[in-house]
Structure formats: C-alpha cells, structure tokens
Ligand binder design. Structure first.
Ligand SMILES: *Cc1c(COP(=O)(O)O)cnc(C)c1O
Length: 389
C-alpha cells in the first residue's frame, strides 16, 4: 500500500537556480503596496517589471477572473470564445484600427510570432530581422538572438540565424544594415531592459521611412512600453509612425500571463491556418482578465496618469544629490547614479520598504503602477533620498 505524499510547505531548494537568491517572500499585494511573510509593508515601484500597471489585486480584475473561472476557463483555439474576440477588438481600437491580433502567453512568444510572420511575409531568402544593440526581446532561442546583448548569447550558441544588430538610435547604422535578405526590423520605442533609453526625436520616423522605401516590415516591441506606461497608450505613439506589427504582453493582464501580436491588414493575412499556434493563447480566463484591465485603464485614463505621476516622480528624483540624470518617459524611468552602485542601492531600498531594480550597474529603474498616488510617490522619493544619501 502506498501512502499519499506529504508536501513540505516552504522550501525553495527545488526551484531551479535561474534567478539570484531572493531576499523577500511576498504574500500579499494591494494597489502599490506589497506585504512580505513577516508582515512588513513595501511600496512597489517596479510593478513586477512593468506588469501590475493598475496595482496589485485590482478588485475589478480579481472579479473578472473569478467570474470567468466559474464560467469557462479554456477550450483551445479549435473553438471560438467571446472574451478573446472582444479583447482583439479593444486592442485593435487602442492601436488605431485596421489590424488583427494573435494571442499568446508572454512577450517572448509575441516576438516569436512576429519573427515568424516576418519570415513568411518576406518569402524565400528574405528572413533577416534587424534589431538594436542593448535591445531586449526575450529568452527563447530566436528572441535571445534578436536581443542585442551578446553576453547573454555565448552559452547557448549556435542560435537561430537571421539577425543583424545595429547601433541604437543611429539611423546611418540602420540604413547600412539593409540588404536584400532583410524582411523586418524589431525595435523598442524605449529600450527597457537595456537601461531605459529613449531614442532621439525623429529616429523612429526615419526607421519607418527606410522600411517603407525598402519594403521592410516595421515591427515595434511594446512588451514593456505598451498600455499607458510611457504616457501614451503605446510608446510608438510619441512619434509620428504607424507600425506594421506591434507586440505586447507585460501589462496586458496586470499579472495574468497573456501576450499578443497585432499586425495591420495585409500583413496579418500572411498567416494562414496551421502557420502558427499556441494551446493557451487567448483563452477565456486570460482574455477576461485583460478585458477588465483595459476597461479600468480607459476609465482612469491610465496614460494621462503616467504622464502626471511621471512628472512628479521625475521632479522629486532630480532633487536627490546622488542622482545625476533621469531617463525615460511617463512612468518608465531610470535614475542614473553618480556611482555604479545601483545593485547596492536597490537592496538598501528594499530593506527600507521600496521595491525598485538596478537596470544597469549605475541606474535604478522606477516603474510604479500608473495609478500610484501622489503621497506614494512622495514616500518613495523620501526613501530613495535616505538610501542614496
Ligand atoms: C520583458 C520583455 C520581453 C520578454 O517578455 P517575456 O514575457 O519575459 O517573455 C520582450 N520584449 C521586451 C521589450 C520586454 O521588456
């Protein structure tokens, strides 16, 4: 006779060591606040890496998830469901209309879909996608190679071919990289993981012009910048451009895993049944969560909140002597420190009750929920002033 196994309650030793040792175990979140297993309170100015953009445990999203979980969670893409259809219309409307949406479960998957779409659209011999140095597009084999950070590549070679990396924000370098084999460009409107780097005015527009001239797909990676974060619905909207393809994920589900790739009419139709698929993509539970996220974001005018609170945060950070400069847009900001001690600063901030991260050796990334309050912004600035002082 076998006995039922018993499961020890808390033990991290059998989690694979893909992440550095984690000092805090969070058990609860509400809005901008997080609480650990000791009952200590924190302000979350990272939002799970720009994911929980309307705050933790948003009641409307929690209700949408619970209601849908009791109605229908999953049926596969062999059948239509209403939440996925409704969400595709909402996303298409936010982007400006005239396109179609493919759903998946993460940012890397959204970019994989875009890379496959570009290859099929390009046809035989046209498969190269141009990406930027210091870009970040995901951790699957293809999106890892798309990612312009060679130090992340070495251990995993050979990587899928078909990528050409060019200097960021350098239109001459981009033009030089164009050849017959190029099918598309994949570019972040603000480089997130690469250090929160905003391109100069006009750069994206010039990229689009060269794409049009050479018949190249202009694909924008909005996985981190999408859904209000930069002060507009999408980062590309700060520039006078109309991408052919937009990929998104992080904030779409406010923590429920969901990603999407939008493509304009004429490009979207490149994919025929059987060309691309994923079991979970667009399933009712994730789609219902995302619908409620977009409803809340629209109701509170999330992009405007990002603009207003971003300005407040920016002003406060400027007054901290150890901060030498600030980069970013809306509520996706990096504070460049006088010394390359961002990791130590992030750890000290955590101890003082503020969650931020070291996006480079010398810069802290701040990405609080878009509905962060004025007093929470002031509290975070005060903590940083003490920690950096
Ligand atoms: C986070 C991120 C990704 C990868 O998303 P995952 O959900 O982690 O696969 C891709 N592109 C950008 C710009 C990102 O910030």
């Amino acid at each position: 006779m076998t006995t039922a196994p018993t499961f020890s309650s808390v033990d991290a030793s059998r989690l694979m060591g893909t992440y550095p040792s984690q000092p805090v175990r969070f058990v609860k979140g509400r809005g901008t606040e997080l609480f650990d297993d000791q009952g200590k309170r924190y302000l979350d100015f990272l939002s799970g890496l720009a994911v929980t953009s309307i705050g933790h445990s948003h009641p409307a999203v929690a209700r949408a998830i619970a209601t849908q979980a009791e109605r229908l969670t999953h049926v596969s893409n062999l059948f239509a469901t209403e939440p996925g259809e409704k969400l595709s219309v909402m996303i298409d409307d936010l982007i400006g209309g005239g396109g179609q949406v493919f759903f998946c479960n993460s940012g890397a998957e959204a970019n994989e879909a875009a890379l496959k779409l570009a290859r099929k659209w390009g046809g035989p011999g046209r498969y190269v996608v141009i990406t930027a140095d210091r870009s970040f597009h995901g951790r699957t084999l293809a999106t890892l190679h798309a990612t312009g950070q060679p130090e992340k590549h070495a251990a995993f070679e050979p990587l899928p071919t078909g990528f050409r990396h060019v200097a960021w924000d350098d239109i001459g370098a981009f033009e030089e990289a164009i050849s017959e084999e190029v099918a598309g460009v994949l570019i972040e409107p603000v480089q997130g993981e690469g250090g929160v780097r905003v391109p100069s005015d006009g750069y994206l527009h010039l990229v689009q012009e060269l794409c049009r001239e050479h018949g190249i797909l202009f694909m924008v990676d909005e996985v981190q910048t999408g859904f209000g974060r930069t002060g507009d619905w999408f980062g590309f909207m700060h520039h006078d451009v109309k991408p052919d393809v937009v990929t998104m994920a992080k904030a779409l589900g406010n923590g429920m895993p969901i990603g999407a790739m939008w493509a304009r009419e004429g490009v979207a139709s490149t994919f025929a049944p059987g060309d691309h698929a994923t079991t979970f993509g667009g399933q009712p539970l994730a789609a219902a969560a995302a619908i409620s996220v977009l409803e809340v974001m629209t109701a509170i005018n999330a992009p405007q909140k990002a603009t207003d609170s971003g300005a407040l945060l920016h002003q406060g950070l400027m007054k901290i002597p150890a901060v030498v400069s600030i980069r970013g847009l809306g509520l996706l900001l990096a504070a460049e420190l006088a010394e390359p001690k961002a990791k130590d600063a992030a750890r000290a901030a955590l101890e003082a009750g503020l969650v931020v991260n070291a996006v480079t050796d010398s810069a802290l990334r701040l990405a609080p929920p878009l509905n962060v309050t004025r007093s929470e912004v002031e509290e975070a600035i005060e903590i940083l002033r003490q920690v950096l002082g």
